[in-house]
Design a protein around this ligand. Structure first.
Ligand SMILES: [Zn+2]
Length: 202
């Protein structure tokens, strides 16, 4: 993953912060946790590590699986312990539904990086977040009152409502309902290839 030629090994602290995909008992994605937490779950027999082939291993078994080229490892007595990419929670049955966090990035994704007034898709730099009902008029920061808008539409609209400005919205802004898998993919900066098979259903 790292293209640098420095041979300095990755610090153990960083390795323990690597993301691990958690699956529920039915192999549906639940969330992403840290390697640190994953080892606690694995060691405590609440979960099994899932290898590239889809086989699952308890802590002892996992400790004895050979280290592969692109593995991240932590040094342990007598060798190395691979950081699992995927963990199967043995007793967890639920599929939690998350509320999507109201962030600039998530608004951009919901609106398809498209100005909701003129339908243009300029570069992300030239997109703003617009309060449909302006803040100065009592508009609040909610999914329903925030849309992506290009700079010129933003400027044109000013402190007016769309009706006052004679500008129609492409679609009514709403709270997004993204599946757990979608959200995991959106949040993870570098999802591992091994996650694909468990996330593609979402
Ligand atoms: Zn526009």
């Amino acid at each position: 993953m790292d293209a640098s030629t420095d041979v300095e090994p990755r610090k153990e602290r960083d390795v323990l912060g690597l993301p691990v995909l958690l699956l529920n008992r039915y192999f549906s994605p639940v969330t992403v946790t840290s390697a640190r937490r994953a080892f606690v779950l694995l060691y405590g027999q609440a979960a099994r590590a899932v290898d590239q082939k889809g086989d699952t291993h308890d802590f002892e078994g996992w400790r004895n699986t050979p280290v592969e080229l692109d593995d991240d490892c932590i040094p342990i007595v007598g060798g190395h312990l691979r950081v699992p990419r995927v963990l199967h929670l043995l007793r967890y049955e639920r599929t939690p539904r998350f509320t999507v966090r109201l962030t600039r990035r998530n608004l951009m994704i919901r609106d398809g990086f498209q100005c909701q007034y003129c339908a243009h898709r300029p570069s992300q730099r030239d997109l703003n977040i617009d309060h449909v009902v302006p803040r100065s008029r009592g508009g609040v920061d909610t999914w329903e009152n925030l849309v992506v808008s290009c700079r010129s539409c933003n400027l044109k609209k000013g402190r007016r409502t769309p009706v006052e400005a004679g500008m129609a919205l492409l679609r009514q802004p709403h709270v997004p309902r993204w599946s757990t898998a979608t959200q995991i993919l959106l949040v993870a900066r570098q999802p591992y290839q091994q996650w694909d098979q468990f996330l593609k259903a979402g």
